[in-house]
Design a protein around this ligand. Structure first.
Ligand SMILES: Cc1ncc(C[n+]2csc(CCOP(=O)(O)OP(=O)(O)O)c2C)c(N)n1
Ligand code: SF4
Ligand SMILES: [Mg+2]
Length: 270
């Protein structure tokens, strides 16, 4: 029997009058408007993080540790227990929480400025100690919150407020691929890099976040998901151009995918 193909026109409101706006799809754990710039990738990352906590059924057994950056304002609208730490120190605060509450799922949310500039030693030591926490890095290659200055992850040639002619390796050095560094350390259970520039990459990144929490719940050690996020304001591009700019610049330098897969269960074949 052939199935009837129902084509839903998208050039006019639904005939049944049940048009839904973007806000109607907001996850219940997001309590209100995020207030960030149009085209910003960080609210998308927040959304898939919150959906993952819900999917795993760990909302009431989770604590988030948030750094300082534009995403810092999410503490107002996340219906999850959160703590906001000094710049760059989230991995150490997460360590303390996890050691006191080993049954709680503990995660950090940090930007590239927060994690890779201000707090590089914090994340590397926390990873090397094998602390059983999950770090979420929102990497947009700029200090967005303070006006779009260059960070340690700004890619070569990228224009920022403090490298207006483009990042020059002779003058500014090279970007630091923190997720690759973390992936090389013993004590680490899972590391991946995703992005939120396309529907496909958002879906893949959500699976990475889930894998990181599953790794933590299985006690495998430190986990990190780096998420490349659009910052059209800091990049001097229009909001609609953000995803293309992300793909053409950051994704070329920071390839997407698993950087350290979860350990195979003992007894599993090769
Ligand atoms: C110790 C300290 N240094 C500097 C600042 C100023 N500061 C606040 S947010 C921020 C930028 C953070 O950038 P990032 O973590 O990349 O987040 P984004 O805004 O890009 O999302 C800076 C430098 C601060 N609050 N505390
Ligand atoms: S400055 Fe960049 S990171 Fe901050 S809210 Fe605007 S687009 Fe997002
Ligand atoms: Mg940033």
């Amino acid at each position: 029997m052939t199935q009837e193909l129902r084509i839903v026109p998208t050039d006019r409101p639904p005939a049944d009058g049940k048009a839904r706006k973007v806000a109607d799809f907001r996850p219940s754990l997001m309590l209100g408007e995020h207030g960030l710039c149009p085209g910003c990738g960080e609210p998308v990352a927040l959304r898939i993080l919150l959906e993952t906590l819900q999917d795993l059924g760990i909302v009431n057994n989770s604590i988030g540790v948030v750094g300082h950056g534009c995403y810092g304002s999410f503490v107002r609208i996340m219906d999850v227990d959160v703590l906001q730490c000094l710049h760059g120190r989230a991995p150490s605060c997460a360590t303390g929480i996890k050691r006191m509450r080993p049954q709680t799922a503990v995660f950090t949310m940090q930007g590239d400025g927060d994690m890779v500039n201000e707090g590089l030693q914090e994340v590397l030591h926390t990873a090397a100690r094998g602390e059983n926490v999950t770090a979420i890095l929102l990497n947009n290659g700029v200090f967005g919150d303070t006006g779009g200055q260059q960070t340690a992850t700004t890619v070569l040639g990228q224009r920022t407020k403090t490298s207006i002619e483009g990042r020059d390796p002779g003058l500014h050095g090279h970007p630091i691929p923190v997720a690759d560094l973390v992936a090389s350390l013993d004590g680490v259970g899972y590391v991946a890099r995703g992005a939120v520039g396309t529907a496909g990459s958002i879906a893949r990144t959500k699976r990475m976040i889930r894998a990181a929490f599953e790794s933590q719940l299985a006690g495998e050690g430190f986990s990190l998901v780096e998420i490349l996020t659009m910052c059209p304001t800091g990049w001097f591009v229009g909001a609609p151009q953000g995803p293309d700019y992300l793909a053409e610049s950051m994704e070329q330098v920071f390839p997407l995918g698993d950087l350290r897969a979860r350990p195979k269960p003992s007894g599993a074949g090769a």
